[in-house]
Design a protein around this ligand. Sequence first.
Ligand SMILES: Cc1cc2nc3c(=O)[nH]c(=O)nc-3n(C[C@H](O)[C@H](O)[C@H](O)COP(=O)(O)OP(=O)(O)OC[C@H]3O[C@@H](n4cnc5c(N)ncnc54)[C@H](O)[C@@H]3O)c2cc1C
Length: 317
Amino acid sequence: MAVWGGKLNTEGDGVRITVIGGGVVGLSAALRLAQRDHQVTVLSADPLAETTTTVAGGLIYPRHAEPADRVVRWTQVSVAEFHRLAEMPDTGVRFKPGTLLRRTERPLPPWMDAVGGMTRDASVSAPYADALRFTSPLVNTGRYVAWLDTELRRAGVGFERRAVRALSDVADDTDLVVNAAGLDAGRLAGDDTVRPARGQVVHVADPGLTEWIVDEDDFSYVLPHGEHVVCGGTEEFGEYSLDPDPGTTEDILRRCATLLPGIEKSEVLRVKVGLRPHRDEIRLDRDGDVIHCYGLGGVGVTLSWGCADEVADLAKR
Ligand SMILES: Cc1cc2nc3c(=O)[nH]c(=O)nc-3n(C[C@H](O)[C@H](O)[C@H](O)COP(=O)(O)OP(=O)(O)OC[C@H]3O[C@@H](n4cnc5c(N)ncnc54)[C@H](O)[C@@H]3O)c2cc1C
């Protein structure tokens, strides 16, 4: 068993809580729980720097997520927290304006008030029918996870590198379990509705972009983080391979060059692949001594703080 950050956490006055999952969902929940004086330990099968979370482009944008009313609320909470974090150094969170392009005219998204300040750009031309402009948090997920790791240690959270075979594996050491194991959370819960939505992205050097741009229908996006730009993307349901596909890399760069001409001249730094934990509806509820929080698909960063607050509320006895 690999242990890092010392030992199981035995400090604090609250309930002993084991969070299974060291992605953005588990780490955010762990921080909120520790801030409410619980004794929190995070178990993660993977190093924190190698989860799906660190592949994410980091745009706060709750596309196609259900249940819609809860998603709007979780987005509001997250955006407010990201406003606070953007003021702090080292978090990797910055607010940037950008454009969401649509190829057909559709109603404005139900979450538009949660991100705030959305306007329609009338100057859009074919193949686009609509363009929504708003300023959103952009999270450099590599930096952000490193920052969360530091904050959690400061808050007294314990870490253990361990793959849990079943929820009952941890039952003896803890009062409450949070199941935030991403793609594996369904298996742990006996729920076969979680499946991968494979995503590949290409990081290129940032030529100094000040705005992000997304083609919502083509699934192409250019997300600048200063050190690098995340060019994407793909969404392949049921596909488990973590190997980058060279043909897909070329296709992503071609689509991004159409979206933002000139970006193809930037140096390619690396290619990353992650498996989004897709579920038709996000699960966040308490079943006895287990709080389930999984199935966040392509919106885990976006909804992380809203979900974390609700997990902390559910932990109250
Ligand atoms: C290409 C791509 C782009 C994306 N872009 C965005 C974006 O712009 N905005 C956005 O909001 N979201 C985005 N996402 C989605 C986002 O990455 C996910 O929603 C998010 O990472 C899910 O977080 P999670 O904590 O549930 O899962 P993960 O990050 O996968 O973490 C799961 C954790 O559980 C651990 N674990 C799994 N099984 C076990 C076990 N049996 N025992 C112990 N530990 C276990 C893992 O080791 C890991 O620590 C993107 C995803 C991809 C792939």
